[in-house]
Design a protein around this ligand. Structure first.
Ligand code: NAP
Length: 240
């Protein structure tokens, strides 16, 4: 059987694991540690490899024929390292990156989480959707009221006044409207993650006149080979 190492941590990675397995590939899904392995069919491994060289060794030792990178657009260390490791190990590397959202006139786009935290108006009521591992720059803003939505339990750095909503997308438009009914947000902060699963918050923010602060995608990522699961699967069939 042809072995594929799939770097995961996204909804697309879960779908790809199922599709690759159904197509007859032997898939090992690799997770950094935060995402639940239970969501994936088949074999998983968890934890960093120990850097680029170690990943290249892992690929050689495991006799993988292909490295598929379906990590998050903001996972800015693993993707460039994975592209170089695949090259060093002499196997193809294919990267799925979903297209970004397009900020509109009036939206604010900033380059970093720290800049997003600095851009918030004192006294504002902020819906913060940057992920549990990215909250630290915001928690120092004690003059801002936060409602935080995360998949995993977040570390709030001792702040007791932050409301936490634990949920995993996709999020329906009606549910996002109900959330805004319950919380009169004046600002939404989001990474420019892209994708339909979490796009409804942008539509509701625009309906309700809520300011949107986008954190731009990090630079230095390898170019995307495909924008969605179907596109990536077509490339896999061609590559192997
Ligand atoms: P990162 O900064 O690019 O990676 C940090 C380190 O974590 C890497 O150097 C690597 O360790 C390890 N790592 C990352 N992804 C891995 C994987 N799939 N399998 C094995 N090791 C991995 O990544 P991050 O931003 O911390 O994200 C970690 C994971 O969460 C990613 O897999 C990503 O898909 C997922 N995720 C991230 C975000 C986000 O906003 N950043 C959002 C949703 C999901 P070694 O150097 O030791 O190999």
């Amino acid at each position: 059987m042809t072995r594929v190492l799939l770097l995961g941590g996204t909804q697309e990675a879960r779908a790809l694991a199922a599709e690759l397995t159904a197509a007859g590939f032997e898939v090992l899904v690799s997770l950094a540690g935060r995402a639940s392995a239970a969501a994936y069919p088949g074999e998983t491994r968890t934890g960093g490899f120990g850097g680029e060289q170690a990943l290249a060794d892992f690929l050689r030792r495991g006799r993988f024929a292909l490295l598929v990178d379906a990590t998050h657009p903001f996972a800015a260390t693993i993707s460039p390292a994975a592209a170089r490791a695949a090259d060093a190990a002499g196997l193809p590397y294919l990267r799925l990156e979903r297209p970004p959202w397009h900020p509109e006139a009036g939206d604010i786009e900033v380059p970093t989480l720290a800049a997003a935290a600095a851009a918030l108006e004192p006294g504002s009521r902020v819906f913060l959707t940057v992920g549990s591992a990215s909250l630290a720059p915001f928690l120092g803003r004690r003059d801002v009221a936060f409602v935080v939505r995360t998949v995993e339990a977040p570390d709030l750095g001792g702040r007791a006044d932050v409301e936490v909503l634990r949920a995993r997308g996709p999020f329906a438009l009606a549910d996002e409207r109900a959330l805004w009914d319950a919380h009169p947000f004046d600002t939404l902060v989001t990474k420019n993650a892209g994708g339909a699963a979490t796009e409804a918050k942008l539509l509701v923010a625009r309906e309700r006149g809520t300011a949107i602060v986008f954190v731009a995608r990090p630079g230095g990522q390898p170019p995307a080979d495909a924008a969605d699961v179907a596109g990536l699967m077509a490339l896999v069939r061609r590559a192997l």
